[in-house]
Every structure is written in structure tokens, then in C-alpha cells.
Design a protein around this ligand. Sequence first.
Ligand SMILES: Nc1ncnc2c1ncn2[C@@H]1O[C@H](COP(=O)(O)OP(=O)(O)OP(=O)(O)O)[C@@H](O)[C@H]1O
Length: 623
Amino acid sequence: MKTTNQASPSKKKSTPSSLFDSFSIYKRTLPYYRPFLSKIFFCLTLVVISVGLNLLRPWPVKWLIDEVLLKASNSLGTFPVPVQNITVMVFLGCFALFTIYLVHSGLTLIINSLLYKIALLALLKLRTDTFSFLQYLPLRFHESTQSGDIIYRIAYDTQSIMTLFIRGVSTIFSSLLLLVGTLVVMLKLNFYLALTALGIAPLLWIVIGVNTSKIRHKSTQVQEKESSLLSETSERISAIRLIQAYSQEEKAIASFKNAAWNSLNTNYDYLLATNRYSLLVTLITALGTAIILFIGAKEVLNGRLSIGQLWIFLSYLASLYQPMEQLSYTSWTLESAASSLKRIFELFDIPNELPDPPKGIEIDQVQGKIEFRNVSFQYNPGKPVLKNLNFVINPGEHVAIVGPTGSGKTTILSLICRFYDPNEGEIFIDGVDIRKMKKKSLRQNISLVLQDTVLFNTTVEENIRFGKEQATPSQIIESARRASVDSFISQLPKGYKTIVGEKGVFLSGGQRQRIGLARAFLRNAPILLLDEPTSSLDLKTEQQLVSSLLLLMQNKTTLFVTHRLHAIHNWKRILVVVDGKICEEGSGEELLRKKGVYYKMWMAGNFSSLTNSGSFFEKTVPL
Ligand SMILES: Nc1ncnc2c1ncn2[C@@H]1O[C@H](COP(=O)(O)OP(=O)(O)OP(=O)(O)O)[C@@H](O)[C@H]1O
């Protein structure tokens, strides 16, 4: 069977290329808001009431000016109401104004808290979906994507789903409603003035049209630079030990500064562009206001308009221009949100090159027979790593894989775990092609112990439990005991509840490996894959670890990849892999007699002196 390697994830820029593109992104956010439809409609009803109150705001002042103040000042003494009643009328006007503001503010508070809660819940779901999706993406994706970029997408890009909702739904709806309401009232108040006020609209739309795509592009650049800065930071901080050991602090700082400067320049560029844009919008609306003031003042002087009417008109003018401004800013805010969300949805669009078959076979516990049939594999086109591999490992058999560095040993283990699929050939476990098995079912039958055990920044107990989620505390202690790490853990300040630090920094390499073995004991899977589990340890620690390894290997099909020939020399079956092919096979002694690759490696490593003092596995395991 032939398959092709999947292309690595898209590195192309994420700017939505057209309005249609942006709309398709907006559409993809709809499912995140669908559960809240009734709440959203409730909010929008409140928005309608709030806009109505907004439109009422200028009227108490207009009434005060025209009906009370002007009349009172023009006809002192002849005003039909007594002076003390004028005070009551002034009070009533002010009270009405205050009440309108009070109810409007209260409504705004309720609307905002409801809308933000809905938006935050949508954000939570999008973040969870993104993280979950990434958990199942094949290794090939993670190997070719910077972790900083992924973190940026999950932490920051996802927030645009809130922006889209708050600005897109609430702002657009309330602004449009206010705009239309204001326009209707203004046209009724003074048709000619209202049309003049609208005269600036085309100018505003031209400015928006010209600037939106520029700002959208700059916003994407900001996201990319911020994402690189985060990647740079996370890479350098996680490599701090190496940086300090090689005295590379200055170089790391220089590299960070470079990324930070890039981010600063693009941010500054973006800020300048948005400020220029805001300035233009403000100037256009100021021009509109000045024109209306000029014409309105002349109308007042000619007696065709009262001062109160001019005042109310100017108030409405603000209510007309403010939503216009809001809408213009919203357009590029939405574009910028669309480009961030595109970076999320393009993750969802990455096809899973290693899908579970529709009716995948589930096997609770395999016997452990492994067969490679004509398996060839390459990570990158034109660079074959494994070439037509054929071998069978029987249940419970222990096989060592040795060979020069880069010959493909780890790749063999990766294929068994189905981290990748072979380009040609098939791999069978208990006679079942592993591509027909459910990946979860396959992997729960495998324990993988690596050269460096990966630990999480949590308790020892939780780190061991990683091997079997539903393990009881006593099973965890028993596994630790079998990995000979129980007494060490008991001496820790909080025993099994001790936090091990990020990547287990508070523990030694040997202690980390033992916790890794405890995990494997707990998992107790029938297939054990050991990828140089002792290579990073000194000889003494390696010797101490070996008895635990032997216990772990009992009754399990074991593949042991190692460079330490003394550790496996007495095994009955050793595969020697060179350049992606098995070139020799046999026991250590048989291979030495062949005087081939194994012999050369043996001599080069000066292992004979070690074996003479006793191979680690020699006395204990009848392999
Ligand atoms: N994720 C990857 N992407 C691309 N190439 C890879 C990847 N992993 C390994 N390779 C390449 O595949 C080849 C085989 O690598 P592999 O890790 O299987 O070798 P190995 O025999 O285990 O080496 P070592 O003994 O040094 O651990 C090497 O040339 C390596 O550069």
C-alpha cells in the first residue's frame, strides 16, 4: 500500500483576502453563539429600549430652554406661571434628564454584563475546541509548528470571537438603530438641515473603504510579529539551562531584542495608521457639525429656528455622527478579528493524516505479536528513512535494535505507535493491520519509555498516574515500589504530593527515569518500547535502573533501542539497523563472530571490557 506524506501546515499569511472570505469566517463562529440565541434576543430587546432612551435624552433640555427659560426671560412679570412654579418646572426638567440617564446607564450595565458573559462562554468553547483539536493532530504537525505560535493562537487569537460578537452584534445593531432613529427624528425636525448633516456620509464611507484593507493587513502583521516574539521567548526560556551553560545570554538577549523591535515597529505602524484614520473620521464629523452650526445659527437669527430647536438638532447630530464613527471603527475591528479567527480556523482545516478508520477495531489486550511487512517510510519526500523492512516479533519476545545514529531505530518505534503511517507496506499487531485499529486501542496496548522522561509540573502522584488515569493511590505506590523509586518519593517533603517542577527540574535524571518506569509499570501494557531509556544516565545509575527494567519487561513483547551494546549483548535476538535496513540479526555472540557492523560498533565502543565485568542483563534474564 502506498501513501503520500501530508504537507506541513500552512505558513501563508492569514489576512482574509476578500469580504467573502471574512463572511465565511464570521459564519464559522455562529455555532459558538447558537446556544445563547434566546439570551441574545433578550439583550437586543434591551438595546432597542436603550436606544429609545438615548433618543429621548435631548428633549428635557429642549423643553427647559424653549418652554421655560426663554419664555421666562422674555416675558418677566407676564409669564403665566408664578416664579416658584418655574423652579419646580426647572427641577422637573432636570429630574427627567437624570431619570433618563439613570435608566439608560442601568440598561447598559445589564446589556454589557449579559453580552460579555455570552462572549466569554463562546471564547471558552473556542479555546477548548482548539486545544482539543491540537491534541489529536499528528506529530508531523507539531514538529513543523512553533509552540509559541500555537500558544499565541490559543491565548490571543481566540479572543477575537468576543470582539466579533461585542462589536459585530451589539455595536452594529445599536449603532444602526441609533443612526436610523436619529435620522428619522432629525428629518422630522428640519428636513433641510438633516440632509445637510448627511452630506458628510459619502466622505466617511470613502475614508473607511480606502483604509479598511490597509488596517486589516497591518493588524495581521502585528499578530504575526507578536506570535514570533512569543515563540522566541518560550524557546529561549525553555532552553535557559543550555544558554547559561554556553554563556549565550547576550546572544539570547540580542535575538529577543530583535524580535521585540520587530513587534514594536509593526505595532507602531499599526497605531499610526489607526490614529490617522481616527483623525480623518473625527475631522469629517467636526466639519459636518461646523456646517450645521453655521447654517443653524443663521436660521435662528432669521427667526426660522428656536434656540432650543438648534440645541436639540446639535444633540441629535452627535447621535448621528457617533454611530457613524462607531460603525467605521467597527469595520476594521471586525476585519482584524476576522484575520485572527482565520488563524484559528485554519488549524481546524488541517486534515488529519492519521485518521481513525470509520469502524476501527478495538482490542482490549493484545498478545503482542508485531510484524513489519515490506515497510518503507520517509519523513520528507526523496529522503527514505526505512527501506523495505521485514521482521516478526513474537508475543513476549525481547528484541534489541542497535545501529549507527540516524539509521532509523526510533522511527521503527514511532511507526508501531502509529505516530506516522508507512509510505509503503503494513505493520500488524496480532495479525491486525494497525491502520484498521482504533488509535486509542492500539496505544493503550503500548508503554513507551524514552531517553528523557517528560514530567509535568504537578505532583509525583499525578505524574505516575499519567500511565493509567483511573489508577488508585495504592496502585500508584505499588508501581513506584516496582520501579524502586518508592523510598525516594517517601523522603520528599510532601511524599507523593510533592510538585516536581516544570519538566521535573527538581529531580535528577535517574529519578525522572524511575518515575517514567513507574508510569510504565502502572500502564502494564503488553508491548513495551524502550528508546534508549538509560542513555542519559551514568553507568552506576544505569546499573541501578536495570533491575527495574527487567521486572518491567517480564511477559511483555519488548523492543529495546540502544547504543549501549553491553546492555543487550547477551540478548538472544538483536537487529542491527543501518541506513533504514536490517543488515544483521542474531545474538550478541553470533553477531561478534560475523565481524560485521555489530562487531565494528562493539570494538569502537570498547564494550568488551564492560562485558567482561558482567553485562547488566546477563545473569538475570534468560533471553
Ligand atoms: N520528525 C522528523 N522529521 C524529519 N526527519 C526526521 C524526523 N525524525 C527523524 N528524522 C530523520 O530520520 C532519520 C532517522 O532518525 P531516527 O531518529 O529514527 O534515527 P535513530 O537511529 O533512532 O538515531 P539515534 O540513534 O541518533 O537516536 C534521521 O536521518 C533523522 O534526521
